[in-house]
Design a protein around this ligand. Structure first.
Ligand SMILES: NC(=O)c1ccc[n+]([C@@H]2O[C@H](COP(=O)([O-])OP(=O)(O)OC[C@H]3O[C@@H](n4cnc5c(N)ncnc54)[C@H](O)[C@@H]3O)[C@@H](O)[C@H]2O)c1
Length: 90
């Protein structure tokens, strides 16, 4: 327990699935979270991506564990956007 205390973790695809699970588990280990998800359709992918509501639930689940989280809607293929998110959130 608390193996991630005082660390900040960037998680992409954080609104659901593995990304959400990683956010919650790392929060339980003491990390603060920067969560990124596109929350919008992605061209060439037939199934739906996560929603704003999904990302909000990830935020709530991390806060329920007593940790801080900043969530952003962004496309991980946009490196400049990711750099800006990390700079502002940290
Ligand atoms: N190697 C393995 O054994 C293994 C096992 C399971 C899943 N996976 C892979 O891991 C990934 C995650 O799996 P999952 O079950 O959590 O999938 P998922 O579809 O539930 O979640 C993916 C998340 O990524 C977000 N996303 C997609 N494209 C994005 C983009 N360009 N920018 C930002 N966010 C984006 C989606 O909105 C969604 O919330 C998938 O690529 C899956 O194929 C690998």
């Amino acid at each position: 327990m608390e193996r991630m205390t005082d660390k900040v973790v960037l998680i992409t695809g954080a609104a659901r699935g593995q990304g959400r699970n990683h956010a919650v588990w790392l929060a339980e280990e003491g990390a603060d979270i920067i969560a990124v998800d596109i929350c919008a359709p992605v061209e060439h992918i037939a199934y739906p991506m996560a929603s704003d509501k999904d990302l909000a639930l990830t935020e709530q689940m991390v806060r329920d564990r007593g940790r801080s989280i900043k969530a952003f809607k962004a496309d991980i293929r946009d490196e400049a956007a990711l750099r800006s998110i990390v700079d502002s959130a940290v």
